[in-house]
Design a protein. Structure first.
Length: 66
């Protein structure tokens, strides 16, 4: 997700509301993935500010040629 820079803090507000709604529906655990490129490091910072902790790494193995 992306929020226009003209609305600082909107991304965090959207995440908090989404998490609240999930909790209200009985969801116990959420996995969030921050990529290694692009906005990955920035989104990882947002996830940590929400209280998330790192949970391993994601590995990709592409077997077919693109």
């Amino acid at each position: 997700f992306y929020a226009d820079p003209e609305f600082p803090g909107l991304g965090m507000k959207i995440q908090r509301e989404a998490l609240r709604l999930l909790k209200d529906r009985g969801v116990d655990e959420v996995f969030m993935e921050a990529g290694q490129r692009g906005d990955g490091p920035r989104i990882g910072t947002l996830f940590r500010r929400l209280g998330a902790v790192e949970h391993g790494d994601v590995y990709r193995l592409q077997l077919a040629e693109v």
